[in-house]
Design a binder for this molecule. Sequence first.
Ligand code: ADP
Length: 203
Amino acid sequence: MSKVIIGLTGGIGSGKTTVANLFAEYGVDIIDADIVARQIVQPGQPALQHIAAHFGEDYILADGKLNRAKLREKVFANPDDKAWLNGLLHPLIRQTMNEQCQNAKSPYCFLVAPLLIENGINRSVDNVLVIDVKPETQIARTVARDNNSKEQVKRIIAAQVGREERLIHADFVINNDKATMEELRMQVEILHRKFLKMVTEDV
Ligand code: ADP
């Protein structure tokens, strides 16, 4: 088990995935909340059966997978349904992330979560690394990556915790505004050394 769990967060398009991939090159285990959220509703998983029992079999596609679009529409239109679904999924996501953290083998590991602070996950990690960028950078990079409109991205940013608030919770910060990929790589290398030192000194 990793001795230290570092929460990695930042707004949409800040560079969480990019940074996590750079740390992974050093063999650091990455637990990603978004991936876990998809794993727990795969065919054969109990959560999928609960969803079908609650909302109906027509929420399962012919290939046995969850009909995400239909479910998204359903919970968007109905707050009670959304609350039920969150009540089912959130504890399962937490539990699965905890298990994956416990199984991590690298000296320290990352728990990547866009809503680390919003969902209070920052309280169950040892340190928090924030990827900080200006909203303009977030918008430009997300629009280029996802083909979303500026307005869609602005709405997502507005629903997330603000930049200042996120930074209050940060133990470490990567500024990814002007950094080239090479500079980002260097920031990651410096932090990786720091984290390894932190783990070996923390005995
Ligand atoms: P997140 O996971 O936080 O949503 P990503 O890691 O996917 O963000 O980054 C958003 C987009 O910005 C991606 O297309 C990524 O390749 C690009 N990107 C990230 N960091 C940089 C950078 N320093 N310079 C240029 N593009 C970047």
